[in-house]
Design a protein around this ligand. Sequence first.
Ligand code: UGA
Length: 452
Amino acid sequence: MRVAIIGTGYVGLTTGACLAFVGHSVSCLDTDECKIKALLAGKIPIYEPKLEELLDEARHNLQFTTSYAEAIPGAEVVFIAVGTPPTPSGAPNLEFLSQAARGIGQHMNGDFTVVVNKSTVPIGSGNWVGSLIREACEQRQDGSAPEFAVASNPEFLREGTALHDSLYPDRIVIGADEPRALEVLYSLYRPILDQTFNPPTYLERPEDVGAVPLLSTDLASAELIKYAANAFLALKISFINEIGLLAERVGANISEVGRGIGLDSRIGPRFLSAGIGWGGSCFGKDTSALIATAGEYGLNLPIVEAARKINCRQRDRVVEKLLYELKILKGRMIGLLGLAFKPNTDDLREAPAIEIAQKLIDRGVRVKAHDPIALEKFRREHGTMGVQLSENVCEVAEGCDALVLVTEWNEYRDLDWEALAKKMRNPVILDGRHALDRDKLTRAGLRYVSIS
Ligand code: UGA
């Protein structure tokens, strides 16, 4: 099938690469010329494991362009995967979405085009996008009125494992009020639903993956599923962090508690890792948008609100723990291990490290930081913010009064902790992710402290 994708961020590029890989002809459109130039030269503007390889393998089915006139005509399915960054009020900025809708309305020309909202958009956006496309169609000089329908196909991929999540998803959700649109999307996703494609050698199909469940539903339900899924994951994490606070007081081990409750198949083991809480562009923005939508209907969402409050509290707990260990923070030197909001990405949006660094700086602490991938991006987006950045963990540890593990990159698990302890002025390690081996670190001469 012929597909156009508007937006070449994490969602757009991953979707484009996967659909091209399974055999569709995909045109990726972005109005940012730099991004398209880079993509045409075979470079990807984001860090996502194996994406470069997959794009390369699917290159014969991919086009990159900045032009709506090139990408849209003839496309049977057009995905909108543009950014919807948060505004100060918490509601998402829909400017890029509306530009995309107008561009589609001006250029589509097939017998029947399915326009798919893949970006996380507020509930009701399907109807709104439909009206913008219709308006743009009415203003066309050629007088044509091409047929189209709007669908929602929420994205559940996680950064860092985006390709795996897209090729081997837990489920695919499609929502539309017109059955014809659902049929088109069913055909589009068939190779993934039936798992009929040959997996790339570097992204093997897990043994337990069978046919992928498809949920076909109406537009509003699909839109709400996306928000409800993210809110539920966020509150699962906040729940374990709330229990963690109590665990600490009663002397229980929160990792064991998480394991113990997660073995109940009704609860499930994932997203129960306690620590400094969630970051990233999704959970914060989506929980805030969900609360804003509920507000429009005169409703409160106290559970979602509590999940957000608990998440903020976890960042303060880092400072409290350090204060307890070091007694005085002013004039101390503290090293952060990890800047990205989670491992295997260079994404710094709502990264806990940034909030923690700022809180420490405000208290007169000198902050150093290391990250295996995100240092350059941090410099670009935040200057240095007064943080001393280093590509070398040893350099970060030198003279520190404490190290804080903020992002659980794999390489931090096997550091030469004995050597690092010797470099520190005060060998305290605060494990913000329950990722390190307490006994090993204690043997290496560090005082191990965790956030539970
Ligand atoms: C999240 C969802 O997991 C995806 O399903 C969804 O598609 C995506 O948002 C989105 O809306 O685009 P993502 O933000 O990429 O994906 O990352 P997650 O793996 O969900 O992690 C989010 C944050 O939660 C990270 O800061 C992570 O460190 C933290 N986390 C995760 C915990 O603190 N504890 C856990 O047990 C799991």
